[in-house]
Design a protein around this ligand. Structure first.
Ligand SMILES: [Zn+2]
Length: 377
């Protein structure tokens, strides 16, 4: 009997902008996608988009289903990538001319350097105003984003190497920024519906009414950020346009995040949803157990008015009224939404394969895979 042969070891060697050399085991990556699964009742969903449908192809009496007597399974799938799982979108998502991936916009064919950061969304009221938003929305602000990037780069100083902040940011040029929102748990993948407090400090709330994700029915209630795989009608956190513009200034080529969208949720206004109202005592703002919550009907929720300001900031589009002026060549930057970064992945530098499905649309399902970068020996 011959000795067991070990599998090939496959390593990538990377020369970073700092001049430092890094390496990654590209034979063993971590899938950071949420899979599209028409058969899974607990699959991720968002924007009230119907679940994907897979049905056997039919030619007359022939049915493409082995269980119906065919020799093969041959199924049609109807899906809208924006609400069914991880997907990558291009500038065509926002333009009537609909430039598409693989036609006008070329997703990367190789590995890109990437920085994974974790950020806790904060109440919009704490960071400024946003025309279509409510003060109590939760957002990823510019200051929170830059603080997280700075912390991640400081932790990777052996690879980033530079002494000045601007030099350290060089690693972001042409790279992918991966954003994990906090709190983070497997609930984003499995569809469970826990709730977790986000705001660090208790503060009185003057608005005694409930909103989509920020519920203020008692003086000392705080921001509640729901983490769940079923996002429809939950008004998830979103990016401020200022944060997206900063990514562009730093040369970030691809943005990957675990939220359904970089912009505020758009709702059709018809679908009912339930929100958890949690009462805090005046002296304590500790999260009460879930059993003390009650579900109430969803109030009408403003949508973002079609502004799509965060998307448009990243693609550097003019105001919507001037879209006719936007011609090829189009921005080659991509946004990947509804990714999932498992808690065991540490913030820091990675290589990423974006794994965009070769479908010429404004958006296509994708399967990003990341590989940890370490200093080369
Ligand atoms: Zn989308």
């Amino acid at each position: 009997m011959s000795a067991a042969v070990p599998a090939a070891s496959i390593a990538a060697h990377v020369l970073l902008p700092s001049g430092k050399r890094a390496t990654a085991d590209v034979g063993a990556g971590t899938d950071v996608s949420l899979h599209i699964d028409a058969a899974a009742a607990d699959a991720v969903s968002a924007f009230s988009i119907p679940r994907p449908v897979a049905e056997p192809l039919r030619f007359g009496s022939w049915v493409g289903d082995v269980s119906c007597g065919s020799s093969v399974n041959c199924f049609n799938v109807m899906l809208c990538a924006h609400g069914a799982g991880t997907h990558t979108e291009c500038v065509g998502h926002a333009l009537a001319a609909r430039p598409t991936l693989f036609r006008e916009v070329a997703p990367p064919t190789g590995l890109c350097t990437a920085l994974l950061v974790s950020v806790a969304p904060v109440p919009l009221v704490d960071v400024g105003t946003y025309p279509p938003g409510k003060a109590d929305d939760a957002v990823v602000s510019l200051s929170a984003l830059t603080a997280a990037v700075d912390a991640a780069l400081a932790a990777e100083s052996a690879l980033v190497g530079a002494t000045t902040t601007d030099d350290r940011y060089n690693v972001l040029k042409g790279a992918s920024l991966l954003l994990r929102t906090l709190p983070n748990s497997d609930a984003k993948r499995t569809g469970e519906r826990p709730i977790t407090l986000v705001a660090a400090a208790a503060r009185p709330c003057a608005r005694k009414r409930d909103h989509a994700s920020f519920l203020c029915t008692a003086p000392h209630q705080r921001l509640i950020h729901r983490i769940a795989a079923k996002y429809s009608g939950t008004n998830p956190p979103y990016m401020t346009p200022g944060a997206m513009s900063w990514l562009v200034e730093r040369g970030v080529a691809h943005f990957v995040l675990d939220l359904p969208s970089v912009d505020r949720e758009v709702r059709n206004g018809r679908q009912a949803a339930s929100y958890l109202v949690v009462a805090c005592t005046p002296t304590s703002c500790v999260a009460p157990p879930l059993t003390s919550s009650r579900a109430v009907p969803c109030p009408p929720v403003q949508d973002d008015g079609g502004h799509l300001l965060a998307h448009r900031a990243f693609w550097q589009l003019p105001p919507k009224a001037d879209d006719a002026s936007v011609k090829a060549p189009y921005s080659q930057r991509t946004i990947t939404e509804l990714a999932f970064f498992p808690p065991e992945l540490a913030d820091g530098l990675y290589l990423i394969s974006h794994g965009v499905a070769p479908i010429a649309m404004d958006a296509a399902p994708s399967r990003p895979v990341v590989f940890k970068l370490t200093a080369a020996a």
